[in-house]
Design a protein around this ligand. Structure first.
Ligand SMILES: CC(C)(COP(=O)(O)OP(=O)(O)OC[C@H]1O[C@@H](n2cnc3c(N)ncnc32)[C@H](O)[C@@H]1OP(=O)(O)O)[C@@H](O)C(=O)NCCC(=O)NCCS
Length: 145
């Protein structure tokens, strides 16, 4: 796969990031994403292809721990390996910050994401019952580096 790069989000990317977020959760707004540009702990990284953002991840780093708050690929580009490319970048970013554990939380019905996380060595360690609604549990996963 060619013609893409992953880099830290810039102000000009915010609208495209918001669009992708809205495709799957829509819990955020432009200002919330913009605010992360001035945040030392929380950062967005974007996957750019042909001058467009087609995916991103949102990572908080409080060394020696990190938390992956979100990862998403634009609908039209899903199933082509970009999720894996983003996850590789998550791991690489964490290595550079000497992280020893990465945490995340995922909806138990999100089998695609769970499969992806398992492939990268994340293991479930706790569950929050009905966190997302009736019978929609949150699964907490972590990866030891
Ligand atoms: C989860 C997500 C980021 C995966 O991105 P993607 O680009 O579609 O994933 P890839 O093509 O790189 O596939 C990576 C792995 O995901 C899993 N996967 C992908 N499509 C799948 C499907 N239809 N069913 C089950 N697993 C699937 C597989 O483990 C796959 O690895 P494999 O191809 O070696 O089997 C993407 O589906 C997405 O943006 N979903 C909406 C946002 C979201 O739910 N994010 C997680 C929040 S916790």
């Amino acid at each position: 796969m060619e013609g893409f790069k992953i880099r830290k989000m810039e102000e000009a990317d915010v609208c495209e990031v918001l669009e992708i977020e809205n495709e799957h959760i829509g819990k955020t707004n432009k200002q919330t994403i913009l605010d992360t540009l001035a945040n030392d702990v929380l950062s967005y990284y974007v996957l750019e292809k042909d001058n467009h953002v087609i995916g991103f991840y949102e990572l908080s780093i409080i060394s020696p721990e990190a938390e992956l708050f979100d990862i998403a690929v634009s609908k039209n580009f899903q199933g082509k390996g970009f999720g894996k490319i983003l996850m590789q970048s998550v791991i690489e970013t964490c290595k550079q910050s000497a992280i020893n554990t990465i945490f995340l939380e995922v909806n138990s019905i999100n089998k695609k994401a769970i499969c992806l996380y398992e492939q990268f060595g994340f293991k479930p360690y706790a569950e929050r019952k009905n966190y997302y609604g009736e019978n929609l549990n949150a699964i907490l996963m972590k990866k030891q580096m």
